[in-house]
Design a protein around this ligand. Structure first.
Ligand SMILES: *[C@@H]1O[C@H](CO)[C@@H](O)[C@H](O)[C@H]1NC(C)=O
Ligand SMILES: *[C@@H]1O[C@H](CO)[C@@H](O)[C@H](O)[C@H]1NC(C)=O
Ligand SMILES: *[C@@H]1O[C@H](CO)[C@@H](O)[C@H](O)[C@H]1NC(C)=O
Ligand SMILES: *[C@@H]1O[C@H](CO)[C@@H](O)[C@H](O)[C@H]1NC(C)=O
Ligand SMILES: *[C@@H]1O[C@H](CO)[C@@H](O)[C@H](O)[C@H]1NC(C)=O
Ligand SMILES: *[C@@H]1O[C@H](CO)[C@@H](O)[C@H](O)[C@H]1NC(C)=O
Ligand SMILES: *[C@@H]1O[C@H](CO)[C@@H](O)[C@H](O)[C@H]1NC(C)=O
Length: 780
């Protein structure tokens, strides 16, 4: 697992405040405590949402849910290589419409934080740099290099001018602050101390972690994330940003890594599809609202710490006679009871309690009073045939490229580079695919080359398919970790001229690490033929000819509707498990508005398009290994990306998001380029919806249940008393209020949501227990 925190030296943060009236110019500044807006110190709770990882149609709802979740700012990077994929050809259309995204933030009355980069890390292809930049002679990245600085300036100026021209900047009445800021990125930032005079800001609070092909599913618990956030504010923090608040989807070829999956769910408070990730979203919402309600005290107070030993600290904020207390227990094993001003408080291990009056606990990070929602995939209800799908498939083969000496039409696509193997980046990364082609003359009079010949290729990844005389002789791919490997295959050579074609396939370019921009991609060699009697033909310096891309993708654009009836699509003898096959079908959009996914289990690896939109690379055949899953995920103790994993021995990504805006009601065209070979007849078109929900509420709190759009149909479990276990595996305790289930049924069944007081008043009982709780599991 990698992280990008080392590379965030220069972060440009532009704070944009959008006032509701054009004429209001707000004054934005900062002092050692906080950002100030019109002279008032502010607590900023921000979340990252990367606009290209969702769609313009999703933005308003994502931003609204962020606001409801207690955020007052949205942060995004600006992605240079998405906006300038080809030198001086800019793209701000559809989900690259930065201005529309900032306006959507404005419409909800939130602040925007813009990180123009140019480096973005973000598991984004090549860290956001266009690959053509790498190919400019004399360039060196991220250093004092004139060529680099000049290009960077051109792009940055373009963005700043664009935002200004749209009236989104301060100079036209909406105040903006632009600053180089010393900030912290990581999983915990309580120990971070900025240079003097700068407020304590946490620009990348990692809400979870990303997933790679072949990797398990990461999970950061709501308790631990809330603990980290609460501690940051306990230690004087005033601006924090969740990285990510909504992770989203790596559509097209935007993921970096290499080997970052198409899902960028990140276990963020809003899931990949924009649903609430509960309990994380709700548990943090309560924390945000509480912290923001104490803004004035937190940003002005004199702060005093009382150490109790054993990593237990009470922090008292005092301002003009008002007080706020944080009791932080950073011990990862022991719950600790402290006596504070003659009252006893028990703080669970690895948690923070917040007492807005230094007397009554209003929130504890380890006591989750928010429901857990288990999302489920439902079959397409628009399809009258139901399971199994009666989809009509047609298919055609993709041809293997090789040198053709007399075909002028084909030759126009070729790039001759002379007697050398080129790094794959020379082709400017307009495709994952690059053909390396050469020919070699063999004379069968020489017995060394007659029967026993081996082709050896060393490649810097990530996938290699090898062909001799138009026949596939083998494929290999990096399993992750190291992306270089040696390919070896016995081959048959004919007498005379033999054609060798090597297809190198990248799966996202590196986005982090020292000199990541110079890491090799593609075939650098050696490439050798090994004959009998240790004879060797070294092809390193043969004449290599290149073709960028796959004919059906880059030349014919078979994924577009206009090619749908091309006569080469066949309906008979649908092949399965054959490499280089195109498949197409059509389907009806599922009814209602639930997010749509394709279940691609059974497919190999390739690219899928829906109505011409590239929904990303798919690779469901890449399974995670079967060990390291932490079934007893304990929120206590320092989080790392190897903690609380799930998905062992399962496809690392089985479901692929199809945003609703890509769909029409009827006749949606679905096209696959299957690179490895798979079985399309397993395809399922599904919707994502809330299945079961469950919740806990401790005495004195409210229990809220919501089906996020659906209705509560059944109560599976309900107990008020001392139930055991956690969500999904509740068990009755030794004592409970007798009519709990009936009371919950009456309050909730048939409704979209319900709220119940967890108290002895609602649930009379004779248990005589201290700290009773209500536990409920329901079906949506
Ligand atoms: C940042 O996020 C990590 C987890 O993603 C969390 O542990 C940490 O407390 C957060 N820091 C801040 C300042 O919010
Ligand atoms: C707090 O705990 C101590 C030690 O258990 C006990 O002696 C004291 O009575 C408690 N105080 C209150 C107010 O409950
Ligand atoms: C890569 O981009 C550069 C700059 O636009 C251009 O000069 C060069 O021809 C491109 N290379 C290829 C192989 O298209
Ligand atoms: C192989 O081809 C060469 C011409 O390229 C020819 O001279 C030779 O006789 C052929 N050998 C055999 C064994 O066919
Ligand atoms: C094929 O050639 C290799 C070396 O080039 C040799 O090690 C191997 O024994 C040979 N195999 C046969 C069946 O002749
Ligand atoms: C290929 O050419 C390079 C540069 O001319 C040379 O350094 C290298 O030794 C050659 N390699 C082989 C295997 O001929
Ligand atoms: C539980 O419900 C029954 C019947 O509805 C009622 O007679 C009984 O008093 C209730 N018990 C409590 C503790 O509320």
């Amino acid at each position: 697992m990698n992280d990008c925190s080392r590379f965030l030296g220069l972060i440009t943060i532009i704070l944009l405040y959008f006032c509701f009236s054009f004429s209001f110019a707000l004054d934005i500044s900062y002092d050692e405590k906080a950002l100030t807006i019109d002279g008032e110190r502010k607590i900023i709770i921000s979340g990252s949402i990367h606009y290209p990882r969702s769609t313009p149609e999703m933005w308003p709802s994502l931003i609204k849910k962020a606001k409801e979740g207690g955020l007052n700012a949205i942060e995004t990077y600006v992605f240079w290589n998405a906006h300038e994929p080809i030198y001086r050809q800019y793209d701000f259309s559809e989900n690259l419409d930065l201005v529309r995204f900032i306006r959507a933030i404005h419409d909800e009355g939130l602040y925007a934080i813009l990180r123009i980069g140019p480096y973005v890390c973000a598991e984004w292809n090549y860290g956001g740099f266009p690959v053509w930049l790498h190919n400019i002679p004399g360039i060196a990245f991220r250093t004092n290099n004139e060529v680099y600085e000049n290009e960077m300036k051109i792009f940055t100026t373009l963005i700043v001018d664009m935002v200004r021209d749209e009236g989104l900047f301060a100079s036209e009445g909406g105040p903006i602050i632009l600053a180089q800021i010393n900030t912290c990125n990581g999983w915990y930032c309580d120990g971070f101390n900025p240079s003097s005079g700068i407020p304590k800001m946490w620009t990348e609070n990692w809400s979870g972690w990303y997933k790679g092909w072949g990797q398990k599913t990461p999970h950061r618990t709501a308790e631990d994330l809330a603990f980290a956030v609460a501690r940051f504010f306990q230690y004087g923090g005033t601006l924090q940003n969740y990285y990510m608040y909504h992770g989203g989807t790596n559509f097209g070829r935007v993921s970096g890594g290499p080997y970052i999956a198409t899902t960028y769910d990140y276990d963020a408070p809003l899931d990949e599809y924009g649903n609430l990730n509960q309990p994380k979203w709700g548990h943090l919402k309560q924390l945000h609202l509480l912290i923001r309600s104490m803004e004035n005290i937190l940003t002005h107070a004199v702060i005093r710490n009382v150490e109790y030993g054993n990593m237990m600290t009470a922090t008292i904020f005092e301002y003009r006679g008002e007080r706020v207390c944080f009791f932080g227990n950073a011990n990862d094993k022991d719950d600790i009871t402290i006596n504070f001003e003659n009252n006893n408080y028990t703080i669970p291990a690895w948690s923070v309690s917040i007492l807005p009056d230094c007397y009554t606990e209003a929130y504890n990070t380890a006591r989750v009073n928010t429901q857990t929602s288990n999302m489920v995939m439902k079959l397409n209800d628009a399809d009258e045939y139901q399971e199994p799908y009666n989809l009509q498939w047609t298919w055609r083969s993709e041809h293997f490229e090789h040198l053709k000496f007399n075909d002028k039409k084909m030759e126009n696509d070729y790039i001759y580079t002379g007697n050398q193997l080129m790094d794959q980046k020379f082709a400017n990364d307009t495709s994952d695919y690059l053909w390396y082609m050469t020919s070699v003359d063999i004379d069968h009079k020489d017995p060394a080359w007659k029967n026993n010949v081996t082709l050896k290729v060393h490649t810097a990844g990530h996938v290699l398919h090898a062909f001799v005389n138009g026949k596939h002789v083998g494929s290999q791919w990096a399993k992750g970790g190291r992306y270089e490997f040696d390919f070896e295959s016995k081959i048959k050579m004919k007498n005379g001229t033999n054609l060798i074609s090597l297809l190198s396939v990248t799966v996202g370019l590196e986005n982090y690490g020292d000199h990541f921009d110079e890491i090799k991609n593609g075939i650098h060699g050696p490439v050798k033929l090994m004959g009998d009697n240790n004879q060797v033909k070294d092809l390193q310096n043969s004449t290599w000819t290149y073709k960028v891309g796959i004919h059906g993708i880059d030349n014919k654009k078979l994924y577009l509707r206009k090619n749908r009836y091309d006569q080469k699509w066949k309906s008979e003898n649908l092949p399965t498990d054959r490499m280089f096959v195109w498949y197409q079908t059509t389907f009806m959009a599922p009814l209602e508005n639930d997010p749509v996914v394709l279940d691609l289990l059974g497919f190999g690896k390739g690219i899928a398009w829906v109505n011409g939109h590239n929904i990303g690379r798919y690779w469901p055949s890449f399974f995670a290994d079967d060990n390291g899953c932490d079934y007893k995920c304990d929120y206590r103790g320092t989080y790392s990306s190897s903690k609380c994993l799930s998905g062992c021995d399962q496809s690392s990504q089985r479901w692929y998001h199809v945003p609703r805006s890509f769909l029409q009601d009827d006749d949606n065209l679905l096209v696959f380029f299957e690179e490895f070979g798979g079985n399309p007849t397993n395809l399922k078109i599904q919707t994502v919806t809330v299945g079961t929900i469950c919740a806990n509420a401790y005495e004195g709190n409210k229990l809220e249940l919501s089906c996020q759009g659906g209705t509560i149909s059944e109560i599976k479990f309900a107990s008020y008393g001392n139930p055991r276990g956690s969500c999904g595996s509740f068990e009755r305790g030794t004592c409970e209020s007798p009519n709990t289930t009936t009371i919950i049924k009456n309050a909730c069944v048939g409704k979209g949501s319900c709220v119940i007081d967890a108290s002895e008043f609602t649930f009379p009982n004779n248990c005589k227990l201290v700290g009773q709780r209500l536990a409920v599991e329901a079906i949506c």
